[in-house]
Design a binder for this molecule. Sequence first.
Ligand SMILES: NC(=O)c1ccc[n+]([C@@H]2O[C@H](COP(=O)([O-])OP(=O)(O)OC[C@H]3O[C@@H](n4cnc5c(N)ncnc54)[C@H](O)[C@@H]3O)[C@@H](O)[C@H]2O)c1
Ligand SMILES: O=C(O)[C@@H]1CCCCN1
Length: 315
Amino acid sequence: MATPPAIIWKDAVERLLRYRELIPRLEVALGKFSRRDSAELIQPVRTTVPLQKYNGFLGLMPAYMENDGVLSTKFVCFYKREDGSTLPATQATVVLLDPEYGNVKAVMDGEVITDMRTAAVSAISAKLLMRPGAEVLAILGTGRQALSHYNVFTEMFSFKEVRVWSRTKEKAERFRDSVSGPVTACVSVEEAVRGADAIVTVTRCTEPVLFGQWVKAGAHVAAVGACRPNWRELDDVLMKEAVVYADSREGAMAESGDIVLSGAEVFAELGDVINGTKPAHREKTTVFKSLGMGVQDAVSAKLVFDQWKAGHSQL
Ligand SMILES: NC(=O)c1ccc[n+]([C@@H]2O[C@H](COP(=O)([O-])OP(=O)(O)OC[C@H]3O[C@@H](n4cnc5c(N)ncnc54)[C@H](O)[C@@H]3O)[C@@H](O)[C@H]2O)c1
Ligand SMILES: O=C(O)[C@@H]1CCCCN1
């Protein structure tokens, strides 16, 4: 008989998940995904159920990695919150199953996984697409994703300056004061992004906030918010000028307002660049449109579970 599932709370996930172990596993998974070999990996575009009354969606994100023996699904609720709302933008749980028996092996907090794997994939996009010698990083938004992106970008790269923007100066200053390294709190998006080599957009906005006219030629943009086909973070000018990469082409075509409404073409997936089947246009302005994929959660959940098991077998 199957043993009862492990319940792994947020503080344990926080303790067990490390970027240095997560990033190489995500790179392998992105490459596998882009090979579209269903004997290796199956990950449909997520199913979304509207929660009309609450202006939100439930996303169901299954993934199966046959050779790795990993079967999982994430349940994530995400919302278009009103300005000033203190309710969370996303809440998530990851369920890990045994692919042979079908029983649940673990139920774990998905918020830390969502924060970290999203930031890690953006960092992979910067590793592949950002110009060498990048000096200035700008982060638009000061919420959970802003913090995880700040953490991994400053861990992986040596920026001389980090700027953040939020809709109020107080929020930008609060973010600046909450992190250990030097950060400039900006009062306008333009001030934050002018001359920046890397720009991370992690807002809950549904209209463009980043305009191409302010973006330095050759900059790399990791666009993480705006995950519905009628939501935007970037304007048409930027979308049309940039070489656009995505995590999943199908996901981007189904869910990204920045792509669907601008008519921009997805040039490649990150996995194509990792596999060497599409070039990394570092010399050009690049946009990585992140929507998030179930396989990123699967890889993260396996890592958490393996470490959790190793810790418990020593008790
Ligand atoms: N691509 C992915 O894989 C992925 C994963 C998780 C979250 N997300 C998306 O990333 C975004 C940020 O998520 P989070 O967890 O950091 O949320 P959060 O609520 O913690 O932070 C959101 C930030 O956006 C700001 N904001 C809210 N409304 C805004 C508006 N109209 N204009 C400008 N700024 C606004 C808030 O002040 C805050 O700084 C959300 O859109 C979320 O859906 C994407
Ligand atoms: O992949 C994810 O986990 C997120 C959840 C929120 C909406 C965008 N995608």
